[in-house]
Design a protein around this ligand. Structure first.
Ligand SMILES: *[C@@H]1O[C@H](CO)[C@@H](O)[C@H](O)[C@H]1NC(C)=O
Ligand SMILES: *[C@@H]1O[C@H](CO)[C@@H](O)[C@H](O)[C@H]1NC(C)=O
Ligand SMILES: *[C@@H]1O[C@H](CO)[C@@H](O)[C@H](O)[C@H]1NC(C)=O
Ligand SMILES: *[C@@H]1O[C@H](CO)[C@@H](O)[C@H](O)[C@H]1NC(C)=O
Length: 349
């Protein structure tokens, strides 16, 4: 028998995907999504911790899954490489794609078939990239309660390891590899979000003040303002926390008025999570990027001639006691050479 609070919880929870099916245009709109969670009766029931508890605690549920969130505004050129990555792991992941509707993006089929979510136009260095990531998180949260990690990647990202390597790293515990991810507290989930959180970057104050000197106050004092890679792997608890947030989003969605780009997508997630739950985050990213010699906000984009087994091995290496899982950016022309390396290098540990 379900207790009354459980019944309320399941009704509220199950009604969300239903609502999206019936009224698809609302799926992309966060104010509406959040309004759903707002009514007083539902407020305490549909909390982030309950969403994650409901799916972690029970033993008779399917294995935990990783939700892969593809954020793109061009074709998913590396789909064949990802297809190989996912091969043989079909009960352990879900894919969700947010693709800018103003460009023609062809569905690659296969594991990507039918995984496009209702999307809106995105612009570089603007809050639209935050909205898109929040849409992806929301779609993945309501679509499958087995989704326990949410990995944001782009069309320019490639995997640097096998799916199994990543899955074991994220879910197996305790082991030397996952000790970094452990909570050490029995009260809370042992899983941590893997998100970069930095406070000592140049231009941080300019980016903070980009909406006007005091625009972020009082919610976000400069001392709490953080920066980090746009690409993260969030726990379910943090994914729900992000989707439910209104306080900081109201500030970060303000347009930048400065001449310099202010990259809100590199600030919103690290700032929110470092304010709400710093100990639940690793502080580093799993996505390798090469900024050497770059000055215009675009990282180095690898071309086919640069791709080699040595590069893959080099990109995996991190200063911390972990390995990078993904790397960016790669030009679409790299696909054939990456496919040649797939079995013997990329997916071999
Ligand atoms: C995606 O690929 C299709 C077919 O190859 C092409 O027509 C379309 O223009 C491509 N889209 C982009 C954004 O390049
Ligand atoms: C999750 O998405 C899949 C594929 O679109 C769909 O078949 C399934 O019904 C969805 N589940 C829920 C609970 O919305
Ligand atoms: C990073 O990019 C620079 C060119 O901008 C290149 O010379 C260097 O080899 C790259 N580093 C790695 C590790 O790929
Ligand atoms: C590793 O750390 C050293 C010293 O802290 C730094 O100079 C180097 O750039 C770091 N390498 C990477 C790949 O982060």
């Amino acid at each position: 028998m379900l207790s009354f609070p459980s019944v309320v919880f399941y009704c509220v929870f199950l009604s969300v995907p239903f609502f999206f099916v019936l009224v698809p245009q609302y799926a992309g709109d966060f104010n509406n999504f959040q309004l759903l969670g707002r009514p007083a009766a539902a407020r305490g029931v549909y909390s982030a911790s309950e969403i994650s508890r409901s799916s972690i605690a029970s033993t008779n549920r399917p294995k935990p899954k990783i939700a892969f969130l593809f954020l793109t505004n061009s074709n998913l050129s590396f789909a064949p490489l990802w297809e190989k990555f996912f091969e043989g792991n079909h009960d352990l992941f879900n894919i969700y794609i947010h693709s800018d509707p103003s460009v023609t993006v062809i569905s690659p089929g296969g594991v990507f078939h039918g995984r496009f979510i209702p999307s809106k136009k995105t612009y570089r260095a603007s809050p639209t990239l935050i909205s898109a990531a929040r849409r992806l998180l929301a779609a993945a949260l309501v679509n499958d309660t087995s989704n326990q990690y949410f990995a944001l990647v782009s069309q320019h990202c490639i995997p640097l390891h096998s799916f199994r390597f990543m899955y074991d790293y994220l879910f197996k515990s305790p082991s030397s590899l996952t000790s970094l991810l452990s909570w050490g507290s029995s009260k809370q989930s042992r899983y941590k979000s893997i998100i970069e959180i930095l406070s000592d970057e140049p231009n941080l104050f300019e980016r903070y003040a980009a909406r006007g000197l005091n625009a972020m106050l009082p919610e976000v004092p400069f001392e709490e303002f953080r920066v980090g890679s746009q690409f993260f792997v969030l726990t379910r608890r943090h994914a729900a926390l992000v989707v439910k947030d209104r306080r900081l989003w109201r500030k970060f969605r303000l347009p930048c008025v400065s001449e310099e780009p202010c990259y809100p997508e590199e600030h919103y997630f690290p700032t929110l999570l470092s304010m709400e739950d710093p100990n639940g985050c690793t502080g580093f990213t799993l996505t390798r990027v090469n900024w050497t010699g770059c000055w215009d906000g675009h990282p180095h984009r690898y071309t086919p001639l640069e791709v080699s087994p040595e590069l893959v091995h080099q990109l995996r290496v991190s200063n911390s006691s972990y390995s990078y899982f993904f790397a960016r950016k790669f030009s679409p022309e790299c696909l054939p050479v990456l496919m040649d390396l797939a079995d013997d290098v990329i997916f071999r540990e």
